[in-house]
Design a protein around this ligand. Structure first.
Ligand code: ATP
Ligand code: MG
Length: 255
């Protein structure tokens, strides 16, 4: 599904202070994988995310998504397949808009207007899975939610348009321990129940141990896989949280 072929990223190329942030990364991510990425500050983790989001084009090498080279693709174009949630709880939402308005905007991302009509019901059913009661307060201003609630809303917004992959860059870093666990459980659910591939950067080592079927370490721009298990996934008949309206078209493939 995702393939990087010998990808390097060099910042300030040709300048005195040029920096090779990602070195010859060759890797593959399959549908249903939950990849955890750890590594020290400045190792190149966010750089890898930026490549996957088409925010940065590889200096050398090729990024393939579903077999297609992403060279020349923009962030907006790739947003159809790739959702994202980052560290700052305010960056994934529109704080001045209501929860419902946030969900409506998210559901239109890269999706034709016809599907927009099924958004509110699907959004509400997804929201109710959180167990935070947000579905009963759809007119609440998103900026008035707690950090954990904002991240949970941001994750629902990121998956509402049915992306294939969800990229998470330290999405629990600014949350308290209890909220972090709730958001991690939602992350697990998004992966296991909806079959969405997850790639998550964290500095939280207990989370890195507990979650994910693949564990990568990045050090000085080099990516190593240190643990691999087959992805966890359920068939649709086992899914205790069927989506209303726009059902996922196919169950995740297990390897
Ligand atoms: N836009 C940029 N221009 C120049 N150098 C950059 C740029 N972005 C990142 N770097 C450098 O590339 C290296 C990798 O940065 P990156 O943000 O990928 O690290 P990281 O692993 O995400 O670190 P952290 O854990 O602190 O978030 C660092 O040395 C950083 O200073
Ligand atoms: Mg980073």
């Amino acid at each position: 599904m995702i393939k990087l072929s010998d990808v390097s990223v060099v910042y300030r190329k040709g300048e005195e202070n040029e920096k090779c942030a990602l070195k010859n990364a060759t890797l593959q991510i399959s549908q249903g994988d939950f990849v955890i990425i750890v590594g020290p500050n400045g190792a190149g983790k966010s750089t890898l995310m930026k490549v996957l989001l088409c925010e940065l084009a590889p200096t050398v090498g090729t990024y393939y998504l579903n077999g297609k080279s992403m060279r020349g693709f923009s962030v907006t174009q790739v947003a159809r397949w790739v959702g994202r949630v980052f560290q700052d709880p305010n960056s994934g939402i529109f704080p001045d808009l209501s929860i419902l308005e946030n969900l409506s905007i998210a559901s239109k991302k890269g999706v034709r207007w016809l599907r927009f009509r099924s958004c509110p019901q699907k959004a509400v059913s997804l929201l109710s899975l959180l167990g935070l009661g947000l579905e009963k307060n759809l007119n609440t201003r998103a900026g008035d939610l707690s950090g954990g609630q904002k991240q949970a809303l941001a994750m629902i917004m990121a998956i509402i348009s049915d992306p294939k992959v969800l990229l998470l860059d330290e999405h629990t870093a600014s949350l308290d321990p209890k909220s972090s666990v709730k958001v991690m459980e939602l992350t697990r659910q998004i992966n296991e129940q909806f079959g969405i591939t997850v790639v998550m950067i964290t500095h939280n080592m207990p989370f890195a141990e507990q979650y994910g079927n693949r564990k990568w370490k990045i050090e000085e721009g080099e990516v190593y896989e240190y643990e691999y298990r087959p992805p966890v996934c359920l068939t649709r008949s086992e899914n205790p949280f069927p989506l209303v309206g726009d059902q996922r078209r196919c169950a995740p493939k297990c390897v």
